[in-house]
Design a protein around this ligand. Structure first.
Ligand code: HEC
Length: 140
């Protein structure tokens, strides 16, 4: 007489396989749904959040006192140039390459980069300056 333990084992294997396939299927569906234009969703969310923080900082420190800045509430000063389309420019402040790191340094302490500029140093920490630069790069 042979007592086979194979049936319960097989059932176990089958149910494990089913669970495995279900997990893979669910992951595939989720990944598919997350694939939206504009890159990986996490990267897009991070970029949007940085731009949003930058915009809030622009309002807080009052860049609008001297600049017209699209989509930013508050004053629309004309002491400095309009920042509309600044994200498309090759250079800012005449001579500085329009790179995120340079822009961040400039908005924080313009005279350190352009000694005779009329733009004053602004009360932004390094992180806020990066966010502001990121926001400016979205003005296209
Ligand atoms: C007191 C007035 C004043 C304030 C406040 C001010 N700016 Fe300026 N800004 C200027 C002037 C004037 C210029 C033009 C001089 C120059 O380009 O060096 C300028 C130039 C710039 C430029 C270069 C624009 C280009 O097209 O070349 C950027 C970018 C900029 N400012 C961003 C900001 C941001 C962001 C803030 C707030 C954090 C800010 N500014 C606050 C006066 C100001």
């Amino acid at each position: 007489m042979v007592v086979s333990p194979s049936r319960p084992v097989a059932t176990d294997r089958r149910s494990m396989m089913c669970r495995g396939l279900l997990a893979v299927g669910t992951a595939a569906v989720l990944t598919g749904c997350d694939r939206l234009p504009g890159g990986r969703p996490e990267a897009r969310d991070v970029a949007e959040a940085a731009a949003m923080r930058g915009k809030v900082a622009v309002v807080r420190v009052g860049c609008g006192v001297c600049h017209v800045i699209p989509n930013v509430p508050g004053p629309r000063g004309t002491v400095g140039p309009s920042l509309a389309g600044v994200g498309n420019r090759a250079f800012v402040a005449g001579t500085l390459p329009n790179r995120p790191d340079v822009l961040a340094a400039f908005v924080r302490d313009a005279p350190a980069l352009v000694p005779r500029t009329a733009m004053p140093p602004m009360p932004l920490d390094a992180e806020a300056a990066r966010d502001v630069a990121f926001f400016l790069s979205t003005l296209r």
